[in-house]
Design a protein around this ligand. Structure first.
Ligand SMILES: C[S@@+](CC[C@H](N)C(=O)[O-])C[C@H]1O[C@@H](n2cnc3c(N)ncnc32)[C@H](O)[C@@H]1O
Length: 303
């Protein structure tokens, strides 16, 4: 993990934070001195969180994406913010590096940012052709194209079904592996979009693009998103002070289910949001990305 103490710039990111007022309110209520923003992204939440920590307080940011760190480093530094390149499951290590024993709140805003979606070289947007990469950290692990070439047809189908809830998963996996046999493996966004178009029957209302579920599934698999979230929910109470809060914004049912059950079934958590908090109409109109967001908050039990 490499730290940077430079602040985020509003101008250099196109990401609009989701549920910013709600995040600030839930965090501010516990009067935090140290807050961890585990998914720093464009720094929108972190910027708002700096307003609720005292003059001797600290916001510790983490993100897996080196482009986030590069953006932070191009800005003039600020004392109360330190951003690390690394996964949010390494928050304990980041705290040690900042000489912090316990945090008072942690925020996770899962998924990807609009900056990542807009970058053609990352493969996140099936509207733009480019290499099929899909990694949050393009400097570690393997790109999605290589992930596909190393898996069996069944493993690919299972991942697309499990992480994308895509009914055409078997057909899609068969075509992906078929192309590999013909020595023209799936390497670009368009290669995979073409396959999805052929395999996925569009619903009556044509509500989502035929590649949406498959791209979501591969992104989750390549980045091991659910495994990391599960491990973090398990370890996070150790990082928080008694009464410290964890606020998680998720964007699909698989993530939300993990958060809901971890909060409900682990006696170290007190659930503060009986039902998930959803963005209002004004927010979803201004920021359509917010439509599927769900925020859940729990606090570390005091005994
Ligand atoms: C939705 S964006 C966060 C936006 C941010 N809250 C804001 O207001 O600008 C999600 C970010 O989480 C990062 N990310 C995804 N998985 C991560 C992980 N395991 N650890 C750290 N960052 C992660 C992505 O690289 C992306 O930058």
């Amino acid at each position: 993990m490499s730290p940077s103490t430079d602040p985020p710039s509003e101008e250099s990111t196109c990401h609009v934070s989701v549920l910013p007022d709600e995040i600030v309110q839930w965090v501010a209520d516990c009067q935090p001195r140290v807050v961890i923003d585990g998914t720093f992204g464009g720094g929108g939440h972190a910027r708002r969180l700096l307003d609720v920590v005292p003059a001797d307080g600290l916001v510790i940011g983490l993100d897996r994406d080196p482009a986030v760190l590069a953006r932070v480093e191009s800005q003039p530094p600020t004392e109360r913010l330190t951003v690390f390149l690394g996964s949010y499951e390494q928050a304990g290590e980041a705290m040690k590096r900042c000489d912090v024993k316990a945090a008072d709140a942690m925020v996770l805003d899962l998924g990807l940012s609009s900056d990542q979606l807009a970058d053609r070289n990352r493969g996140f947007s099936f509207q733009n052709d480019g290499p099929l990469d899909l990694r949050f950290d393009p400097e570690s692990g393997v790109p999605a194209s290589e992930w596909l070439s190393r898996r069996s047809e069944k493993e690919i189908a299972d991942a697309i079904y499990q992480y994308g809830e895509e009914r055409a998963s078997r057909r899609i996996a068969r075509e992906i592996v078929g192309r590999q046999r013909e020595r023209r493996p799936v390497q670009t966004v368009n290669d995979l979009v073409e396959i999805c178009r052929r395999c996925v029957r569009r619903g009556k209302h044509h509500d989502i693009h035929p590649a949406t579920r498959t791209f979501q599934a591969l992104r989750i698999a390549v980045n091991e998103e659910l495994e990391i979230l599960k491990r973090t929910l398990q370890i996070a109470p150790q990082w928080l002070s008694p009464g410290g809060r964890l606020a998680v914004i998720s964007f699909h049912s698989l993530e939300d289910r993990l958060v809901k059950t971890a909060f409900r079934d682990d006696p170290r958590w007190n659930v503060l949001t009986r039902k998930p908090i959803r963005p209002g109409d004004a927010e979803t109109q201004a920021n359509p990305r917010a439509r599927s967001a769900k925020l859940r908050v729990a606090e570390r039990a005091t005994s």
